[in-house]
Design a protein around this ligand. Structure first.
Ligand code: FAD
Length: 369
């Protein structure tokens, strides 16, 4: 039996940061990932867009960036376009996630990749975790295994409401860098909106990377009637058709995004981190920084409650810290999302405001009212 203070399930951004911070703080830590990571990581359906501040904060090497971004073009299918300036980057998730995983192993966390967690049960003084290959025991569990979280399912935690789940389709299209630069611009990502004529609650996107375009579409799952047909409608928009002319399909992948907080984020030494807890911006779908922050906050919570000898406060401390750092804003954005996607007029009002303001400012200062 391999015994650890902390076992993290999943080596996405949430799991890797939790594993790194845990190891940095002297906890014996193991993180278990079902995918094989030795060949530079594995593909994950994701736009991979992030603010430049995050790139700087983690000292992410520039040669690992898919493209540096300076602006966001917001296209409404009615023909009205909006533009938002701001520096960011798009990254390939296999490379980005592997970078974070390496940080965790360098700090001393033990990575068990190519090992799927199959079962977890409560035992005396902790949990017993079974994978396809081995058995582990830990006092604390970090469930960082994504939106469907097999860990939380096995522990019978409630799932998200259907209004809080977005179904996405991603296609990775091969093209050439010069064609991307000509049609999409060398430093611009494009988002497409339209409640009546495109997507009732969500948006679609073209994210240029080096010589590929990540094409994505996401709609609230209970409003999807025929995802392939609805995706096709986006594909047939003249601008999109032109951008994807002569490109070839490399990868096709559906995936879910949670856009509301899971009904429970902590119970009996188990912490929901990142997508497993629904820590995603409900308006933009951005989840990478929140996964990373929640991984860090979960470990800081363990450390501070142990220090104060107040293990009875683990749940409230975790939830309060999440709220203070970012979750209160995401919760307010979840309420605002219903207002923004009420009709095309409200949506355009938001897009107009978004040109000049951060989405959090629009929501917290109630600029939509
Ligand atoms: C189409 C799409 C586009 C997106 N675009 C963006 C974007 O541009 N910017 C942004 O910030 N966010 C984006 N997101 C959201 C972002 O991808 C997630 O919020 C982020 O990946 C969450 O990180 P995580 O660590 O919580 O979970 P994940 O990244 O999902 O990692 C979970 C890990 O757990 C592993 N796992 C699962 N089950 C098991 C098991 N049984 N045993 C062991 N391991 C297991 C998985 O293999 C995976 O590596 C997008 C999401 C989608 C679907």
């Amino acid at each position: 039996m391999n015994e650890f203070d902390i076992v993290v399930i999943g080596a996405g951004p949430g799991g890797s940061i939790a594993a790194k911070v845990a190891a940095d703080n002297g906890y014996s830590t193991c993180f278990i990932e079902k995918e094989k990571l030795d060949n530079g990581g594995r593909y994950k359906a994701c736009g991979g867009a992030m603010a430049w501040e995050l790139i700087e904060e983690i000292d992410y090497p520039e040669d690992k960036i898919g493209r540096v971004i300076e602006s966001l073009e917001l296209h409404h299918v009615d023909g009205e376009d909006f533009s938002k300036k701001g520096k960011g980057a798009v990254v390939w998730r296999d490379i980005f996630d592997k970078f974070l995983t390496d940080l965790a192993t360098e700090s001393g966390a033990i990575l068990k990749d190519d090992e799927q967690m199959m079962n977890i049960k409560k035992v005396k003084a902790g949990y017993q975790i079974s994978t396809r290959k081995d058995e582990y025991k830990a006092k604390y569990i970090i469930a960082a295994d994504g939106v469907s979280s097999p860990t939380l399912k096995l522990l019978d935690w409630p799932f998200f409401k259907s209004q809080d789940v977005i179904l996405t389709i991603t296609k990775e299209m091969n093209t050439s860098k010069s064609y991307i630069d000509k049609i999409l611009g060398s430093d611009t990502v494009h988002l497409f909106f339209g409640i009546k004529d495109l997507i009732p609650v969500g948006y679609a996107w073209l994210f240029p990377k080096t010589d590929k375009i990540t094409v994505g579409w996401g709609n609230q799952i209970d409003l999807v009637k025929n995802s392939r047909k609805e995706f096709e409608k986006f594909w047939m928009l003249p601008f999109v058709k032109e951008a994807l002319k002569n490109s070839t399909l490399e990868i096709f992948k559906p995936h879910l995004i949670p856009v509301g907080v899971r009904p429970k984020l902590y119970e009996e030494n188990v912490f929901a981190v990142g997508d497993s807890g629904g820590m995603v911006d409900p308006i933009s779908g951005k989840g990478i920084p929140y996964a990373m922050m929640s991984g860090q906050i979960a470990i800081e919570t363990i450390k501070s409650c142990e220090k104060k000898d107040r293990l009875d406060k683990l749940g409230t401390t975790y939830e309060k810290s999440l709220d203070r750092r970012f979750l209160n804003i995401l919760k307010a954005k979840r309420i605002a999302r219903d207002k923004i996607f009420k009709d095309d007029e409200s949506l355009k009002k938001f897009l107009r405001l978004w040109e000049k303001h951060r989405a959090s400012e629009i929501v917290m200062k109630k600029l939509l009212d």
